[in-house]
Design a binder for this molecule. Sequence first.
Ligand code: FE2
Length: 322
Amino acid sequence: MICIGMESSAHTVGIGIVDGRRVLANERSTYQPKYAGIHPRKAADFLSKEFEPVLKRSLETAGVGLDDVELVAFTMGPGLGACLKIGLVGAKMMAQMLDRPIIGVNHALAHIEIARTLCRCRNPLVVYVSGGNTQIIVREDRRYRVMGETLDIGLGNLIDSVGRSIGLKHAHGSVIEKMAREGRYIPLPYSVKGMDLVFAGLLTEAQNSLKTHRSEDVCYSLQETAFSMLVEATERALALTKRKELILCGGVAQNSRLQEMLKEMTKPHGCRLFVTEGQFNADNGAMIAMTGSLMYNSGVKMKLADCRVVQKMRVDEVEVVW
Ligand code: FE2
């Protein structure tokens, strides 16, 4: 079944086309504000402008026409309302014009399902890390349960904020990772509350430390502290669930130091770490298409009139029927 998936929850418009587990296309365009975080209206303007060229590229790459599309999937939430609506309108219009079924997908669930499918994992513990999210997730019966999460900002947001304080313009995560290789450790606040994490104090202190320390030292210490917090909570979850597979997914999953630390932690537990390709960890349309197909083929149906966006949609709200 050929499914087209539209992702527009934050700064990226992504349109992917899949045929079952096979990804035929995964095109995207990302809004990169120069000096601050994402301004919702400016991001939505960017996404609406980029929607059509990304769709065109996606159809060309997949080598299919609109008539070949059998199912239309879109990101329902969580995300920025103004941005989510771009994908919703595009998907509704396409489903109506083509007279095809439509399905709304939870963004976090899509990150998990594409990683689980492509890594061929059966029953993993999941660490989902992106700009706005940091969650330790496990499937129990018909739900993904959040075992631990950030109580304030997401890990990606933490790194991006320090990146902006340093004066970096783009690709904060990868630049900070590179700078961290030249750094030395300075103590920063470490805050794990049971299974949950708090990053705000770490952010403030890292920003203050930039006045008195080399940026490289702050980058190194920021990564070591934040990642250690996440690894500690994840190890606790692993000890409780005794899962033998650990998936690291989401935009921050590509950080090689985080991968290295999680890998080291999983070894004594007889657990293996899985990370899929970068293009499927960043926000993308293929994950929406793949998860939409999975839902539809498992009997989930949605009426056109019921399609809407839900800005604060949690992963544990979705019944997992597959
Ligand atoms: Fe995401």
